[in-house]
Design a protein. Structure first.
Length: 83
């Protein structure tokens, strides 16, 4: 999986922008080799992110791209992060 998507999933779920189940659905539809933009757009197209939250999605996408330069987060991004 693309590290930026892993970070997007982690950040978005932590901020309750979307659920892990919703991201699993998008991941299943798009597959392992999708890019960040396509993944984010699918979240919108599937109705998981509404118009009022687009700015938040853009913000976490930028953060995800920045963090991805260091690599992917530890663990599976589609499971809850340890508290």
């Amino acid at each position: 999986m693309v590290p930026a998507i892993s970070w997007l999933v982690r950040f978005g779920a932590e901020q309750s922008l979307f659920t892990l189940d919703q991201t699993k659905s998008v991941h299943a539809a798009l597959g392992e080799d999708t890019d960040l933009l396509s993944f984010a757009q699918q979240l919108i197209d599937d109705g998981h992110v509404d118009d009022s939250s687009l700015g938040d999605l853009e913000k976490i996408a930028r953060e995800a791209m920045a963090k991805a330069r260091e690599g992917a987060p530890e663990g599976d991004p589609f499971t809850p992060a340890p508290a």
